[in-house]
Design a protein around this ligand. Sequence first.
Ligand code: ADP
Ligand code: MG
Length: 645
Amino acid sequence: MLYKIFINNYSFFKIYISLRVEMNKIKYETKNFKSETQQLLHLMINSLYSNKEIFVRELISNASDAIEKLRFHILSTPNLCEHDDIFIIKIIIDKDNGIIKFIDNGVGMNKDEVIVNLGTIAKSGTKEFIELCKSKDFNKNNYIGQFGVGFYSAFIVSDKIVVRTKSVFDNNNGILWKSKGKGNYIISECIKNNRGTEISLHIRDNEKKFLDYDYIKNIVVKYSEHISVPVEVSTISNSNIHKSEKINKGIAFWARNKSNITDNEYKQFYKNISHDYEDPLLWIHNHVEGNQEYISLLYIPKKLPFDIWHNNKNGIKLYVNRMFIMDNNEVFIPKYLRFVKGIVDSSNLSLNISRETLQDNYIVKSLKKSLTRKILSKLNSLANDNLNKYQIFWNTFGVILKEGLAEDIINKDKIANLLRFSSNKSNVEDQVISLKEYTSKMINNQDKIYYISSDSYITAKNNPHLEFFNKKGIEVLFLYDRIDEWMISYLSEYDGKRLQSINKFDESLNKLDNVNIKKLEEYQNTLNPVLKKIKNILFDYVKDVKITNRLINSPSVLVTDSNDMNTQMIKLLVSTGQKVPDIKYIFEINPKHGLIKKLINIKENSKFIELVKLLFDQSMLIEYGSLREPSAFVNRINNFLLNKL
Ligand code: ADP
Ligand code: MG
């Protein structure tokens, strides 16, 4: 008997010793986070006080991604797991020890993956993220998930996180990762038998409510109802499971019948896939049958995603027959609709399609066409049925939609119908006038759509070019978004009417004015010597000097010749570092203006020259916004003032 006990204990002892040896072989390494990480974590933890629960969404979303990735690998390598394996996400609350665990049986990670994925925070756009953390909008808009810092949001409620993970491709040990979310983390091998990831959050003392079963369950319901992996929440104490519940059905949300889905469910699904905190502006859900069989569920957000300018990828997730294939597919939606988020689930694509072959695939191309059509027509009906909502859309995304005129020749007319402008007819900056509305209000004899290009609404509104149009009651559209000048070069006509810049020389304007053309010519003839004299003075700067009947309160104005490049276009090119030849304008003067009358009567040559230069510089300031020699201009004004005072 004694002998038996000894033998038993001996074998136990042997196991113990071998385990110790095994454990001693395991190397613990302490690594520092990348430099910005500490600052980032600190900021994040301290800024996100009002919406702490989102860590639940982020960890569920990571677990579900890991399972979807594994499901995808199984397509090509079926023996990666047992065929009766059940994919599941488990959330276990251990109140006694103050821990919540998030456990999944997805792909898991090997050591290198852990270092890259968990050792680098905010992989995309750290700087921008730090700025956002500091801004007061941070709590209102949820940026956490969008910046790829989802995992770290768990530090908001935990003072220590322990991750144990094992990659499905690795037969070795698992990997252990531990951190207190300060400057560093510890990484080592660990014993883990099954694949997948287990994340243990040691909950901070002042966040104990996150250990309450019902509290956590309600949060999980909110964030997991629509994911296609089942989630189970349980609570344990003394190693016994007390309560346990399956929270969701684990079926693809978008595959459900439209009529059984409530608005709230649509909104919640959007938040789960986009990591947006706000409701979407609208959604388009379609089950399409026939040659091309697919389901699409697309959303337009309310706010401009922070990275819309430097990240052209859009938020379309591709599924094939409910199977997740890949994220961020810019091939399904044209660039000018890159703010659209959602899901496309095709029945025709092959499951093993790769990102590289996607681009040239004819099914993808036809999907892109029909999704684009659907979005544009939804926007069109929104513009007709719900002006307020359309206006929110336009104010947020209009400037991106405008790119479509250049990008999408086929849908150009549809896009043109969606454009909105401000104009000289209203006193507020709101861009509310459509081209259709414009053309319906054109005056007698008007056969063109007039617009003015400028730097801003205010400069457009106060531009002397407008004086004539204001007097005649002709509407002029204001183009002052940076992209406008470029956009308009792709839109020369709308509904058979030419778009005409009023900054440009336009003979046909006289048709709209019933002034006596003869009288104008007479003026021109009598003033011819003066005009010549002015032209000689400004020889280096202007093409021509003319009389105009278009000015009322201003003495002079600069006009671009009809075939020359517009000022705004030149500025746009200059701002992108391109060399542009000096432009020569046409200098138009208003013979009815007091200053011009004075000018004509000046006998002293030097005085005449000074006044001409002054008038030219003024017009240049209005047209271009800056002068080649500002100090000469200031000296001239000062001299005039000195003589006057
Ligand atoms: P994101 O999900 O936007 O990439 P996260 O901070 O949420 O950013 O996660 C970082 C990365 O860590 C993920 O991209 C993924 O590669 C890895 N990861 C996180 N959680 C898991 C998990 N449960 N299983 C496998 N990999 C994970
Ligand atoms: Mg994530």
